[in-house]
Design a protein around this ligand. Structure first.
Ligand code: SF4
Length: 356
């Protein structure tokens, strides 16, 4: 048997040193975060182990499930190049206006049945119309009366007044992704700006709601663009960070772009964990496509996934997600348990994995 080389020992020590510093309350610098993204593939397991120490400290073995409802599909006047619902997209997707009360309630039922903690209602829009805000005001109290679900609304750009109305009707959290770093934003969208998105996040925070904001990896951005976004999310103290991996479907401006490897995705998740140690990190769209057989490893850095389909693309069957979580020895967070656990508190020992 040969001894580890000095290089091997140093790299392992380096990622562990990052985790040790982060657990002591230090922040990773931008250069260090870029270093994580540039880790050699042979060091991915060492890196994941470091990320897992941090994940386990704050979240134990717990996995939070989210359920997405595309409450209004297509018909969006914006030109986000990654999006199948943009005005410029010719992707073959369903196009419909805001779902009615019955359908939105059925979505909540499906979320509860799939053991999701949060029901995410998403509309394709620059921002919500008065009719759409009023519909959300009507449906949210009804859902909360019937189901033990948190509500996340993703309605596009919001004014402070609209954010206050969402808060008043019981919305717990608003999703509004930064999507990429500020310097790259103009490359993926010209109809609104990075600052517009920041303004919405500030309006949501000022209204007293939690923030869900993340991005899409693999659109041609540089490692420093990804890190810029991660640092901005840290500064905003975003509670929940969905990390999407671009699924450039036919008919979208970015079609054909497919440059990520499973190891790239794992390094990205590890970086988000080390930069935002006590925040919820969700492996979001593109999980199955890009992580493929390495999906389970992603949960050593992340602590959350969507269960079911994405907005306009299919996810794997919920049973496959439950099996993955169970096989890892992890457990799904139930809503009541989630409510009792602050994300900033270290995790207590979790229960045995549930049999499903
Ligand atoms: S604003 Fe949202 S729905 Fe509209 S094109 Fe951009 S990402 Fe898609």
């Amino acid at each position: 048997m040969t001894s580890p080389t000095a290089t091997e020992t140093n790299s392992t020590t380096r990622w562990q040193a990052f985790a040790t510093r982060v657990l002591a309350g230090e922040e990773l610098s931008a250069d260090e975060a870029i270093e994580v993204l540039a880790a050699p593939d042979v060091e991915v397991l060492d890196l994941l182990h470091a990320a897992y120490r941090v994940r386990h400290h704050y979240f134990g073995q717990r996995v939070q499930l989210y359920f997405l409802m595309n409450a209004k599909s297509g018909l969006c006047p914006e030109d986000c190049s990654y999006c199948s619902q943009s005005k410029d997209s010719t992707a073959e997707i369903p196009r419909y206006n805001l779902l009615n009360r019955t359908d939105l309630l059925a979505g909540a039922k499906a979320a509860a049945e799939r053991k999701a903690k949060t029901y995410c209602m998403v509309i394709s829009a620059r921002g919500p119309s008065e009719r759409e805000i009023a519909a959300v005001e009507q449906i949210v109290p009804e859902i909360k009366e019937q189901y033990n679900l948190d509500i996340c609304a993703c309605l596009g750009l919001l004014t402070p007044e609209q954010a206050a109305r969402l808060r008043a009707c019981g919305v717990d959290r608003v999703n509004h992704n930064l999507n990429t770093g500020g310097d790259f934003y103009d490359e993926i969208c010209t109809t609104h700006t990075y600052q517009d998105r920041l303004d919405t996040l500030h309006a949501v925070r000022d209204a007293g709601m939690e923030l869900c904001s993340g991005g899409i990896i693999g659109m041609g951005e540089s490692p420093s663009d990804i890190v810029d976004m991660a640092l901005d999310l840290r500064e905003l103290k975003v509670e929940s960070i969905p990390v999407n991996f671009l699924n450039a479907i036919e008919g979208t401006a970015l079609v054909g772009r497919n440059e990520l490897t499973p190891n790239d995705c794992l390094k990205t998740l590890a970086m988000f964990r080390l930069v935002n140690p006590d925040r919820e990190i969700r492996i979001a769209g593109g999980r199955e496509l890009h992580l493929r057989s390495l999906q389970p490893l992603g949960l050593y850095a992340a602590n959350s996934i969507f269960v079911g389909d994405y907005l306009t693309t299919k996810g794997q069957l919920p049973e496959a997600d439950y099996a993955m979580i169970r096989d890892l020895g992890f457990e799904v967070v139930e809503s009541t348990e989630a409510a009792a656990t602050s994300p900033s508190q270290p995790a207590t020992r979790s229960k045995a994995p549930p049999a499903k």
